[in-house]
Write a protein that binds this ligand. Structure first.
Ligand SMILES: [Zn+2]
Length: 430
């Protein structure tokens, strides 16, 4: 509820959005087959191999029509890191002659771990066993100055990042077998480049087959974290690590949900929208996409008529989590129950969240839109420096979401401690 710092915080994000778009153009145009850092370990790439579905789910598996760099479609395109099972994250801390690492490199590592692994374990109900590995537990000094790489906001892979990745590989190679890892985290010394409040440099190159090779495998999926996202609200110690799960979300194939206007489309309901301030889990749509929900936990409301569905809190393991109402081949409405638990510790109005997902809309352009049950309310969160308006967007018993044009109604009919019921009515098939 502090508009000033919030604006300050959103504006660097806007710049980061541009960075992602630039970067992903390269990523997708070059991705093919298994884009993991290491094809050495055997399970195949992200979406298709891990997605749980039945023939009943076919109408709900929306997909993009034509060229979309990074889509909400299901299953996820190949080339990204597998998002279930044990994932080994090679984590390196780097510094430069003009930005020497201050103090112990392990302190930089501890800004993100064990929190990042725990966040993924909680969000995935234990299906993603994320293991950071530190074969070089010290600052890895780059041969050039930070300035010489020309890294700035929106910098494309060529030439600066290509050079940086090549140098990271060269410096680390004596001690690192790159074939043993599924993704790369580069934790840059915080004194390199501008403060995060001025410019967010943190970026991920995902599914990038053009990346330099190391030990015979391309460094295809790499997240770079710069600076510290400390907004001065006092929450950094608890929330600053979440830039890494956000960046890694791209490595697993998830698009950015914030847009050039900031986090107004999804607020804090997904870490791919806003990763600071109030803690936020992932949308159920993302959990299905990542292989963290079974087909039995996903209802597909494709047929005309009225059906009732049960929903259990998304943050708790087990039970039905998602109802999807397809509108056409590339879009639909998702319905889920959000309560204060797990990674959703900051939910201030438990209830049913309704949002539209469009596989044709690219990363950073608003592929997901949350519907606000209380427009212009100002929201219910009291956390500082957050996009507050959507924090009370949920629907509670007695309330309904209605799209008359599409002939879709979602009514929340009952709420018990651990289960809500929704009645979905549609007048035409999806
Ligand atoms: Zn992002």
């Amino acid at each position: 509820m502090q508009p000033q710092p919030s604006r300050r915080r959103i504006s660097p994000r806007r710049l980061a959005a541009l960075a992602s778009v630039t970067v992903l153009t390269l990523a997708v145009s070059t991705s093919a087959g298994n884009g993991r850092l290491s094809p050495g370990t055997s399970t195949a790439g992200a979406g298709p191999s891990t997605l749980s579905r039945t023939s009943v789910h076919a109408p709900c598996m929306i997909s993009p029509e034509g060229e979309v760099q990074m889509s909400e479609g299901i299953p996820t395109a190949p080339g990204y890191t597998r998002s279930t099972g044990t994932v080994r994250a090679l984590t390196l801390m780097i510094d430069f002659s003009d930005a020497p690492g201050e103090g112990d490199a392990l302190d930089r590592y501890r800004e993100f771990f064990p929190e990042t692994s725990e966040w993924f374990a909680t969000s995935s109900y234990g299906r993603l066993d994320y293991r950071p590995e530190l074969p070089v537990p010290d600052w890895l000094r780059m041969p050039k100055s930070f300035r010489a790489y020309g890294i700035e906001r929106g910098a494309p892979f060529d030439p600066g990042y290509r050079e940086l990745v090549r140098d990271i590989v060269a410096e680390a190679d004596p001690e690192v077998d790159f074939q043993s890892y599924d993704l790369l985290n580069v934790l840059v010394t915080p004194n390199a480049g501008p403060a995060a409040l001025d410019t967010v440099l943190s970026v991920t190159f995902a599914g990038n087959k053009e990346a330099p090779s190391a030990d015979g495998v391309p460094v295809s999926n790499a997240s770079f974290v710069y600076s510290r996202q400390d907004d001065g609200s006092g929450s950094y110690d608890r929330t600053g690590y979440r830039v890494l799960p956000h960046e890694n979300g791209h490595v697993f194939g998830l698009p950015d949900l914030y847009t050039a206007e900031g986090g107004g489309a999804v607020g804090h309901w997904d870490i791919m929208s806003e990763d600071w301030g109030a803690n936020n889990d992932l949308l159920a749509w993302h959990k299905w996409k990542l292989g963290w929900l079974d087909a039995s936990q996903v209802g597909c409301a494709a047929d005309p008529g009225t059906r009732e569905y049960a929903l259990t809190p998304l943050a708790r393991a087990g039970g039905p989590k998602l109802v999807f109402i397809p509108l056409d081949d590339h879009s639909g409405y998702a319905v889920e129950l959000r309560t204060r638990a797990g990674n959703d510790e900051a939910v201030c109005r438990p209830g049913v969240l309704v949002y539209r997902v469009d596989a044709n809309v690219d990363t950073g352009m608003g592929p997901v839109t949350v519907y606000d049950s209380r427009r212009d309310s100002g929201g219910c969160t009291r956390s500082p420096n957050v996009h507050a308006e959507l924090s009370d967007a949920t629907f509670v018993p007695g309330e309904s979401f209605v799209d008359r044009r599409a002939g879709v109604r979602v009514a929340v009919t009952a709420a018990e401690a651990e289960e809500y019921r929704v009645r979905v009515t549609r007048t035409s098939p999806g």
